[in-house]
Design a protein around this ligand. Structure first.
Ligand code: ADP
Length: 255
């Protein structure tokens, strides 16, 4: 696994459920770390629902091959952020990927061994929800090379219960847990700046305390963040005066 020897930190972003903001957080972590001049790779192993190309406005990009393997795609806002996703390999970007485990396994192995990542300070891996073929492929291919996992949840009790399963997965597979992020934690009213608690709050923090792991922070619902992700814009560059910006920067400082 020579291509991985030059990567200092490998970080998995996990969640028990879909739609809790795992790809959003992966993207913001990658952009934030790149803005701090780190060399960052972002690998999207959500083979059935790749959203990273869109979030980074790279949807029209394709992968090129060189003698050493596949060249990743570089972000428009930061040349020190390289990206790989199944989305770059599909002829039609709307085609579904309908693969069984062994094929997914082979694709992920290829992403990890055949991509010319070069020297990286961080490789952020955005995974699909749950603990399935993709996760096992990453864990078995990387054997002991994962620095740690960031577990993403929303404040509701059901989402928190799902994150507990991710925690068990990490423990069983020997992946260190960097901590929990509670996303969509309240809504900051754009008129009065008061934070409204749409769901309950503090579930992620309570779980972190209960399990004796770090709580990395909470990110409020911010319509600008959703809009930037949908439109492939760099939220951290455009909305630096927001509570969500502060929250994301605070999480990055703990990684
Ligand atoms: P997942 O990867 O867990 O399936 P996504 O990152 O794709 O979830 O997020 C689902 C949707 O929620 C996206 O449209 C995203 O823009 C939006 N979203 C995620 N986090 C926030 C947030 N803190 N504020 C506003 N919208 C968010």
């Amino acid at each position: 696994m020579e291509s991985l020897n030059r990567i200092k930190n490998v970080i998995l972003v996990l969640s028990g459920k879909g739609g809790v903001g795992k790809s959003t957080l992966s993207t913001q972590l990658a952009l934030g770390l790149a803005a701090e001049n780190h060399k960052v790779g972002l690998l999207d192993v959500d083979l059935c629902g790749p959203s990273i190309p869109r979030m980074l406005n790279l949807e029209q990009c394709n992968i090129h091959q060189c003698d050493d393997g596949w060249l990743p795609v570089y972000s428009n806002s930061h040349r020190n952020l390289s990206v790989m996703s199944i989305g770059f390999l599909l002829d039609n970007k709307n085609d579904p990927v309908i693969w069984r485990g062994p094929k997914k396994n082979a694709m992920i192995k290829q992403f990890l061994s055949d991509v010319v990542w070069g020297e990286l300070d961080f490789l952020i891996i955005d995974t699909p929800p749950g603990t399935s073929d993709e996760h096992l492929a990453v864990v078995t291919t990387l054997k002991g090379m994962v620095t740690g996992a960031v577990l993403v949840t929303t404040p509701q009790a059901v989402a928190v219960a799902d994150v507990q399963r991710e925690l068990t997965f990490c423990r069983k597979t020997g992946i260190p847990v960097l901590g929990i992020v509670e996303n969509m934690s309240g809504y900051v009213c754009p008129h009065c700046s008061e934070c409204l608690l749409l769901f309950s709050q503090g579930g992620g923090e309570d779980l972190a305390k209960q399990e004796n792991i770090s709580f990395l922070g909470n990110v409020p619902i911010d319509p600008n963040l959703a809009e930037c992700c949908d439109g492939g814009k760099n939220f951290l560059q455009i909305f630096a005066n927001s509570q969500a910006y502060d929250s994301i920067k605070n999480i990055i400082s703990k990684i």
